[in-house]
Design a protein around this ligand. Sequence first.
Ligand code: DC
Length: 223
Amino acid sequence: MAFIVAIDGPAGSGKGTVAKLVGKEMNLLNIDTGAMYRCASLYMIKNKISLDNLNKIADMLKYIKIEQKNVEGTERFYLDDEDVTNEIRQKSVNEIVSQVSHIPIVRERMVEIQRQMGKSTDVIMEGRDIGTNVFPNADIKIYLDATPEERANRRVKQNLENGICIDYDEILANIKYRDNNDKTSSVAPLKQAEDAIYIDTTSLSIEEVCKKIINIIKDKKQN
Ligand code: DC
């Protein structure tokens, strides 16, 4: 049986960075499920598929190829063999990704791919519904959180590092909008699993958060 660590939390809670670092340290394949929904959104933008065209979306889900590869130590995302790592963080994607992720057929297909990935490989998977829906029996469930303002600050920094310039106020507004959308969705809403460990990262460094999670994993593996 594969060992599964599920990390959930809102946008900017640090899941991505933490999952990457902990995965490396503990030898777990790190899977960013948000990026998968972002790739589907980018595909829809590029192919001018509207959010309510379920026939076209169903077609897209049959053929779309989404891959996450580690290239020279960094995680890259490929949509139909094209590197879209930066493109999937752009404003046009931010604006529709929450809605795309709430389309039931999109979710079903992404969850199917995610479960497949966790069948034979030890993984650390980060997203919104990993502990509640994708892997309800995960070995470890973590829920990361931080204030919206702190999360917006982190996104601005992360974007700048990737050469993307979006204003703080715009990012904060988008984070609040997506929080609300994600938490009130009728399809797999963002919520903490009952057996998840809650970590407020607002005033913690990345190293401190990683250390906490690594200790939780080590304890679990010893028992
Ligand atoms: O983590 P992120 O900001 O890259 O996620 C992008 C969007 O995808 C976010 O609005 C919520 C959605 N998402 C989801 O619904 N389920 C997941 N497992 C991961 C992300």
